[in-house]
Write a protein that binds this ligand. Sequence first.
Ligand code: CP
Length: 304
Amino acid sequence: KRHLLEAADLDRDDATLVLDTAAQIDQALAGREVKKLPTLRGRTVVNLFYEDSTRTRISFELAAKRLSADVINFSAKGSSVSKGESLKDTALTLEAMGADAVVVRHSASGAPHRLANWVRGSVVNAGDGTHEHPTQALLDAYTIRQRLGRLDGVRVTIVGDVLHSRVARSNVGLLHTLGAQVTLVAPPTLLPVGVGSWPAQVGYDLDAVLPKSDVVMMLRVQAERMNASFFPSAREYSRRYGLDARRMAALPDDAIVMHPGPMNRGMEIAAEVADSVRSTIVEQVANGVSTRMAVLYLLLGGNT
Ligand code: CP
């Protein structure tokens, strides 16, 4: 495969190969002072970010550098995008400079798919609008497997602003492919039209679902993508759909709490939950580096 644009690009074998490769990379680098492999020496990875990011941008940069690739970080702010240059012309300019892979984040759903038609190199979707964020789903699957030892049959409850969440879309697809059972819990106004055709159950009562969850994944309420009529009051939202210590106590003993970040502490997740031993939030960030190394390595066919 040349690109990673959405979770559906990966069948079960592909996804398992990425997770296994990430595990091998973690093993290879464990205990090393210099956390670097020579596999992508001489290759160039461009990080093309049209939308803000902390975790994804930095972890792709670190992933490419740890594979010894040359890295170009492009942010729309401060570039010729402000003079009206299009995504296509920007991408062709970067390709002319020798990009082997373009990692793209864009506020428009479908932008990475367009890009894949224009450039010869690999395109990796680092989050497009409300559509998909496949490498987030891979690092989440990796984290679940690392903590619980399996994905098959694991009960994953995804809670909150599903409507605007590319993380939810990619996770539902990938976790289903890997054999997990996914339940979505959200206010009716924050569920997308057509959610009934997703490979997931839908519920509205978080307290009823928590005791039957091995994983609870809290989503950020994306206020910036909502108009006022959609935006619930923070207090009401938190009362019905927030994960606090009382609700966390209803989870089975070995259940874990996830959040892709950035978090609204005190809204969808209480600070004491985010910082608890059940929380995998920091592990998810660390696993993002090895998972993205695996994706770049497999797409670019690095030497062993
Ligand atoms: N989870 C995630 O995509 O975070 P960033 O927006 O900081 O990259």
